[in-house]
Design a protein around this ligand. Structure first.
Ligand SMILES: [Zn+2]
Length: 161
């Protein structure tokens, strides 16, 4: 997505990375050593997200994530960068691997998902990298509800700044 910041999250922030992907942000998660993480962030123009104060001090586009809890961590990232993401999965990337999702016909995925899902889900998207299949349902509704809370927390955090 043009204009959207891209991220690399260090080893302590895997869950944060997954939720930023749900919002549509390109967020790589890596357990590489600090020097490699920094190099990757620089070479790919990514914001480095870390809970390591020393690592955060070593780059210009680094963000020290201070919050302990997930909702506050997501709120911290989006409010500190002045972002206003929509709480929707329409732009989501694969939560598992950061791959792009593409619309996929029912016939292609029907053997890959539970039978009741294959029969009833409205539409499907599949990760172009790992092949994971996504569909709207109760699980995605719970995710969106939590994204709405995260955006609301970000507004409060942003206003207090
Ligand atoms: Zn994937």
């Amino acid at each position: 997505m043009i204009g959207m910041p891209r991220f690399v999250a260090d080893a302590m922030l895997g869950t944060l990375a997954r939720w930023l992907r749900f919002f549509g942000y390109d967020c790589v998660f890596t357990e590489l050593p600090d020097d490699e993480v920094l190099r990757r962030a620089r070479s790919e123009s990514r914001w480095l997200l870390t809970r390591d104060r020393e690592l955060a001090s070593r780059g210009p586009r680094t963000l020290l994530v201070k919050a302990e809890r997930l909702d506050e961590q997501v709120a911290e990232v989006i409010s500190r960068l002045g972002l206003a993401p929509a709480p929707t999965l329409e732009r989501a990337r694969c939560g598992s691997c950061n791959g792009l999702l593409e619309p996929t016909p029912r016939a292609v995925v029907q053997t890959l998902v539970p039978p009741h899902v294959a029969a009833t889900a409205e539409r499907f998207r599949r990760c172009t990298e790992c092949g994971r299949v996504y569909w709207p349902g109760s699980h995605s509704r719970r995710i969106v509800a939590r994204m709405e809370r995260m955006v609301a927390v970000a507004r409060v955090v942003g206003a207090a700044r």
